[in-house]
Unconditional design. Sequence first.
Length: 155
Amino acid sequence: MANNKLFVMIAIFLVGMLVLGLFAIGGVVIFGTINRQAARPTPTATLAVVKLPATPTTTSTPTATPLPTNTPLPTPTNTPVVQATATPSTVEGAPELSGQAEEPIPAPTWTQAPEASVAAEESTPDTGIGGIEMILIAVGLVGVLFIARRLRTNS
C-alpha cells in the first residue's frame, strides 16, 4: 500500500506542474496583449492642415538640342580569314622529331556559381515545440500514468 501512495503523490505532483504550466502560458498571453495595447500610440488632436495656394516659380525654357548627324558606317573589306589548323600529334612508338614533348592544354571546365538565396520574409525560424506538440506530449504523459496505474493494480 505504501507504493500506491507514492505513485499517487507523484501523479498529483505532475498534474499540478501541468496546471501551473497552463497558468503560465495564459499569463504570458494575457500580459502580452496588455503590453502590446499599451505600446500603441494614442490618437491626439491635431490642427487642420490648411492647403496654401501654389506659389509660382520661374523655370527656364529648354534650349534646342542639335539633331544627330548621319555618320556613314565603314564599308566592309575583303580580309582573308585565317583558318585554324590542326597540329600533328605524335604516334605512339614513333620517335619524336623535336627534343621536347608538348604538354596538352587542358580544356576549360565551367562550374556554375551558387545562387544567393534571399528569404521571402525576414523572420525568426520556427524552433522547439509548438502548441499541438505540447498537447500531444501532455496527453501521452497522462496516458502513461493511467497505463502504469493499470499495470500496478493488475499485478
